[in-house]
Design a protein around this ligand. Sequence first.
Ligand code: SF4
Ligand code: SF4
Length: 415
Amino acid sequence: MYDFVEMSLMDDSPPANHLSGPYLPEAADCMRCGLCVGSCPTYRIFQSQEETPRSRVRTLSKILLENQAISASERLHLDNCLQCRACEPVCPSKMAYSVLFDQAQAQLAKKTNRLAKLALALVTNKAWRARLLPGLALLVKSGLPSMLRHSGLLQALHLTEAAALLRVPALKPLAPHYPSTRKKCGQVALFIGCISEHFDRDTLQAAIALLTAIGYDVLIPSAQACCGAIHQHNGFSAAAMITNNIEVFNGLDVNAVVHCATGCGAMLSEYQTDNTEASELFKSRLHDVHEFLLAHWPDDLQLQVLPEKIAVHEPCSQRNVLKNQQAVYSLLAKIPAASVTALPDNALCCGAGGSYLLTHPDNARQLRDLKQHALKTASADRVVSGNFVCAAFLNADKGDIVHPLHILARQLPTQ
Ligand code: SF4
Ligand code: SF4
């Protein structure tokens, strides 16, 4: 299996999902029609032509097709992209914007310093995490996030929003096997990736409670790796992680591989390698947790009543890539007396954008302000989001947005 300690910090080969696969339009296929402009969150906040997908596709064409140097201003506007992919579904040329963006990043990232590469390696290196997390847990418990917020240090380092992600990590690993709590129908493997086991444990526990309650054993293979999204979107190769995950999950005798985080799910659903047979097998068994629960929900499993209005935030990775947000509404509708509604302005990115809240905190905050206006107008009792980073970012001002699975698991009948 892939050993993270051996992950090469100099692995600059192109992102693996470009090795093979169907024909994708090139940047030169852009018709300049501008239909994508209104969908772009950076156009919404800057109201400038340079901050549109159309303009960025022109820059991508220069990098990828014309081998031209780009100006500092073009680089700035390209970097302002949140990679939300809201421009893709509206494009009549079916522009594979994210693929072009990742390819360009892979070229531009060759200039990236070793410190950035080291930070990425740290995120995905299990052994380093095991050494560092106990210390982090102590620091967070001692009030570090609030001290950092008030010290001005985060502002000085342009990391103001980093505190939103700091929470006490869960240190004990999840068990490798959770048995079904009713008559067994089969078994699934749960994708937990890199950090959700430590920082989004409640969601994984809710997923386990629900999957076992519908009659499935849950396996959690410890050899699984980060999905690779953060690497690929920052211009580094995710090939080793992709190959590892395909090998680990294809080797299991399970009915499905289930993911709970929309960002990871989007990346997993687009895995491609030169071994087409293996990647197709992997994707054929891959399911979003909401879709899987909905498809296999037993007729006799009744949730407890919850007479509340629940608003659903649709993360970009779910809305623009997985395109399965309807499953969240249908699943929540199983809660008797609950009223489930969409959060207003759901098409607009909340600003979190994976690591965007750290790299572009000012832009991210402007988008969050718009989303917080939507949260107020929704006047819901609860708001849910299938993306941990979006929820953490929107919760920075003491919000209580949770993953939909938290609410569903709480409404399971008591034994
Ligand atoms: S919608 Fe597509 S074809 Fe039209 S300008 Fe945007 S990227 Fe180009
Ligand atoms: S991915 Fe999002 S931010 Fe980037 S150009 Fe497309 S719509 Fe704009």
